[in-house]
Ligand binder design. Structure first.
Ligand SMILES: [Zn+2]
Length: 466
């Protein structure tokens, strides 16, 4: 009897040991698959652009929305604008009538739809030369349906469409000139070759363009044009990217306070146009503080939270940043503290408003994504590969290659460094052409990621279980 008991005990013990070991092995396998799980989730999401539709403008246009000082050109010919150009939230809008006039088309408008036709109807019925704009769902359809970046406005029974959407519908490249107050559009002559599909890879990578604000170098049309060229490159590589945007640029000592909600200027309109452009090319925008400075200090150079802002001020600033994005109709997906400077208590405030923090969690100092234990919702995604110091891209390449298995392949890069590799070229007729060196730092990093089996993913591809 005693022997049987011992035998049973030994069998039971062996059995539970076996279960214990197999669970442990299974957990380890699962844990080692964390990168692959993120990469797989990224491929389940085929959407390329993310349109927040924060505001349906109430079709209320005030007198001060009318812009009389700028000229629009099409293939170097001054466009004939009979209705006014409108400026709402630093976006220019042109009426459907004027669009039709300048593109030699006919327009028919309905309650919620705008239809453009070629006047010369010498094409077959099934040729689908018609452009249908659905103002209810904010889409346009030529051969297939696409999202508009902004809802069309309806003013005095006239529809108005934002420049960024006109440029996409008609495949135009823009050249802005703030001095002469001209925006020149040309049909895009360099059709960008694009990878036929995303490469399925096992390891996720996150790329973040850092410190993008309507100030300093970004208040220059050449810089913004280069920014759009970088977005084109990322789009051609099917590489989604993140943009750490600072909603309000300040430099109090120089008397600069560039609040995009209050200051209307061509440079600001070009900046918003460029944000829209990047979103259309796969950018995920995040809020990088509100002003990225404190007191009399200058934006970007200085931190905003940490020891500076009280908890109350912190919340006010976060809300102001979110309000700017919503008013401007810029969808945002994450928050990043300037210089990563924030306290645990401040991060607890950010968590209230964001599902993703693109920084390590204070006190945890994670090198791979973790779920906040405070709210079981916010994911902290660090960027343990850091950033490109000076112009030492080889150092970053080495870091990508040596990445440890418990850290995520995420880094950030100041796009102004990439500007040096792009030369803007003017053709005879002013067409805004460019040369982009294929040995640029970004080209090298993207190539390295590919060679090392990484797929660029979006921060919201990272889903962690509670
Ligand atoms: Zn920064």
């Amino acid at each position: 009897m005693g022997r049987l008991l011992i035998k049973t005990a030994i069998v039971a013990l062996a059995f539970s040991m076996l279960i214990f070991v197999s669970i442990k092995i299974k957990n380890e396998i699962e844990a080692s698959k964390w990168e692959n799980n993120i990469a797989v989730a990224a491929f389940n999401d085929n959407k390329e652009t993310y349109n927040g539709n924060f505001l349906k403008l109430g079709f209320q246009v005030k007198q001060d929305s009318i812009v009389s000082s700028i000229d629009i050109f099409l293939e170097n010919k001054k466009a004939e604008i009979q209705n006014k150009i409108l400026c709402v939230n630093n976006r220019y809008y042109i009426s459907a009538e004027d669009i039709a006039r300048n593109f030699n088309m006919q327009v028919e408008t309905y309650n919620d739809e705008i239809h453009f036709y070629k006047i010369d109807r010498n094409f077959k019925k099934d040729d689908k030369k018609e452009i249908v704009i659905d103002c209810k769902n904010d889409t346009y359809k030529i051969s297939r349906e696409n999202d508009l970046r902004n809802s069309p406005l309806k003013v005095n029974n006239n529809f108005y469409i934002a420049l960024i959407d006109i440029a996409e519908i008609f495949n135009l490249r823009a050249k802005w000139n703030y001095e002469t107050k001209e925006i020149k559009f040309y049909e895009d002559r360099n059709t960008l070759s694009r990878e036929s599909k995303r490469q399925r890879q096992k390891r996720p990578a996150l790329i973040r363009f850092e410190d993008v604000a309507a100030g300093e170098v970004y208040m220059n049309s050449d810089s913004l044009q280069k920014m759009r060229i970088i977005a084109d490159f990322m789009y051609s590589q099917r590489a989604p990217f993140h943009v750490a945007w600072i909603p309000r640029y300040k430099n109090p000592k120089e008397g600069i306070d560039n609040d995009l909600l209050k200051v209307d200027s061509m440079a600001n309109a070009d900046f918003v146009y460029t944000l829209d452009y990047m979103i259309k090319k796969g950018a995920i925008i995040g809020l990088h503080g509100y002003t990225h400075q404190y007191g009399e200090e200058q934006s970007i150079a200085n931190a905003e939270f940490g020891d500076y802002a009280s908890l109350q001020e912190t919340e006010i600033r976060v809300k102001a940043a979110i309000n700017t994005a919503k008013e401007l109709n810029i969808p945002y997906e994450f928050f990043e503290s300037p210089h990563y400077k924030s306290t645990e208590m401040q991060q607890a405030i950010f968590e209230k408003y964001f599902n993703y923090m693109f920084e390590p969690q204070k006190g945890v100092f994670n090198t791979k994504p973790v779920l906040s234990k405070r709210n079981n919702r916010t994911v902290y995604v660090p960027a343990p590969l850091g950033y490109v110091h000076d112009n030492d891209v080889d150092d970053m390449i080495k870091r990508i290659k040596d990445k440890g298995k418990d850290s995520i392949g995420a880094f950030f890069y100041h796009p102004t460094k990439e500007f040096e590799s792009i030369t803007l070229v003017k053709n005879n007729d002013d067409y805004p052409d460019y040369e982009y060196s294929s040995s640029s730092m970004l080209h090298k990093m993207i190539k390295c990621l590919k060679d090392e089996g990484y797929a660029p993913v979006k921060i919201h591809d990272i889903k962690l279980l509670k």
